[in-house]
Design a protein around this ligand. Structure first.
Ligand code: FRU
Length: 482
């Protein structure tokens, strides 16, 4: 592409695949992420959207319906197989979501400290525009999971009626912290799984028999641990198989670069400028005049050592965002055939407030494409931004709990985007022009090919599909549809 005046060119990425165990970590560079601002319009009326409509989620109406009156609902995922297919089980669609009690006396922003995994089901042939998701309650019995709070993960149907729930077991030690929302003793976080049974009758879906196993704790080398940074991220497991490595099961997850917080030094490869680029920063500049080294997100990779998926080995991260962003959350791998070749899309969500000094981008989903699970990933749209909430990037960034009145009222309309088959993107509503959410957003459709993404505005109404639309594409059992 032609450079935008005043901006550097993005880094060169080959998309070349490496062995999953190889010591190569793709970099989402400062040069790449600077394209978000390079592609943003500096001349919009303040408080409008400054990003291209192709990467902007259509506006959610303020009078959105609540999916459930008793629980707030946020991060959500479907029952899937190892290839990201969404499974209809004996005639039922099943989804899993983080939920928190709406009536327990704490606010929406305290949900993280009170999170449990809940589930919902709906007849596979239901009308997504009219028929509500039935709330099945908490997935696990009280006090049975590892840790005292359940954070995001993924759920896979195994042989017969067995399911494996991969989740983040977060443990808070400070009751005051749980109620007040932060500031107390740092929590522990481990990646765990629970193997249990799914049952379907004509009345709905139930689960039982869960056996919980701790799978991974951060090692402090590849993945930062709590001793190194009380605010470390280690969460959101997503497992999948790779046709290029049959018989193996992999997991991606959210991590941070190992090492004590503040000790990281930004490297040339984190900056990623092309030689001679007049708009390049120098390593010395970044390390002496910014605090960018505090932001050290990565997308981790692990491989299962046994068929039961109870033993795992860490591999080096597949992507790092050192000196760019501190959180690359809920990563997913999506394999798509393009011109006879498998292309691997890595999607991950991130926030405005986790960007490093000198960097700016919206809340939304980011994407990277390469020739393998581990590859020199090319950021989609040259920047990495795949789909963001409407934001005026010329105005300051701030947080959903206290937005700047001059900003676009929908800058935090949705988060935790989850890409489903067919490019359907699910998310939860956070803050629509001051109205807090806790319910699923209208699903939108994002077409992506050749490393370019584009919101499909012919989908649904002006690009907004049904609320909480997570359709299934593979049927298991229940031919008669109970
Ligand atoms: C994303 C997220 C996840 C985490 C969960 C906790 O919205 O931050 O990374 O598992 O929320 O509520």
């Amino acid at each position: 592409p032609a450079p935008t005046p005043g901006f550097p060119l993005p880094s060169l990425h080959t998309q070349q695949a490496f062995d999953p165990a190889a010591d190569f970590t793709s970099k989402w560079t400062r040069a790449d992420a600077k394209q978000i601002m390079a592609q943003s319009n500096t001349n919009v009326t303040p408080g409008q959207n400054s990003m291209s409509p192709n990467v902007t989620m259509p506006e959610i109406p303020k009078d959105f319906p609540a999916m459930n009156d008793d629980v707030w609902v946020w991060d959500t995922w479907s029952l899937t197989d190892e290839n990201a297919n969404q499974i209809s089980y004996k005639g039922w669609d099943v989804i899993f979501a983080l939920v928190a009690d709406r009536h327990a006396g704490y606010g929406f922003d305290q949900r993280h400290w009170n999170a449990r995994i809940g589930y919902f089901f709906r007849k596979t042939n239901a009308d997504p525009a009219k028929d509500k998701w039935n709330y099945g309650g908490h997935l696990f019995l009280p006090n049975t999971s590892i840790g005292n709070t359940e954070w995001s993960g993924s759920t896979r149907l195994m042989q017969g009626n067995k399911i494996n729930v991969f989740y983040t077991a977060t443990t808070f030690y400070d009751v005051a912290e749980r109620n007040a929302g932060g500031g107390g003793i740092a929590p522990d976080a481990v990646i765990a799984k629970a193997l249990g049974n799914i049952h379907a009758t004509k009345d709905g879906v139930t689960f039982d028999g869960f056996q919980h196993t701790k799978l991974l704790e951060p090692d402090g080398k590849l993945y930062q641990n709590k001793a190194q940074n009380p605010g470390f991220a280690f969460r959101d497991p997503y497992t999948f198989s790779d046709p290029a490595h049959p018989g193996k099961t992999f997991m991606v997850f959210e991590g941070n670069t190992g090492g004590t917080r503040g000790s990281y030094k930004c490297k040339q490869e984190d900056l990623g400028y092309r030689p001679g680029d007049p708009h390049a920063e120098t390593v010395n500049q970044v390390n002496s005049t910014t605090g960018a080294w505090y932001q050290t997100a990565n997308v981790g990779l692990a491989v299962a050592d046994n068929k039961d998926l109870t033993k795992w080995t860490f591999l080096p991260p597949i992507l790092s965002a050192n000196c760019v962003n501190d959180q690359t959350e809920r990563p997913q791998i999506f394999i798509q055939n393009e011109n006879g070749k498998n292309k691997y899309y890595l999607f991950t969500i991130s926030h405005q407030f986790t960007y490093a000094d000198g960097m700016r981008g919206p809340d939304g989903v980011y994407g990277f494409v390469g020739d393998g699970v581990r590859s020199d990933y090319q950021p989609v749209n040259n920047s990495g931004l795949a789909l963001g909430s409407p934001t005026d990037l010329n105005m300051p960034a701030n947080a959903p709990e206290g937005p700047d009145p001059r900003q676009n009222g929908r800058q935090f309309q949705a988060y935790s985007h989850y890409v489903q088959p067919g490019g359907l993107v699910q998310s939860f509503i956070d803050n629509v022009d001051g109205v807090r959410g806790g319910s699923l957003s209208p699903t939108v459709k994002m077409n992506f090919k050749g490393g370019v993404t584009q919101v499909d505005r012919s989908f649904g109404q002006n690009g907004l599909g049904p609320f909480g639309y997570l359709p299934t594409n593979v049927r298991v059992g229940g031919e008669g549809l109970y």
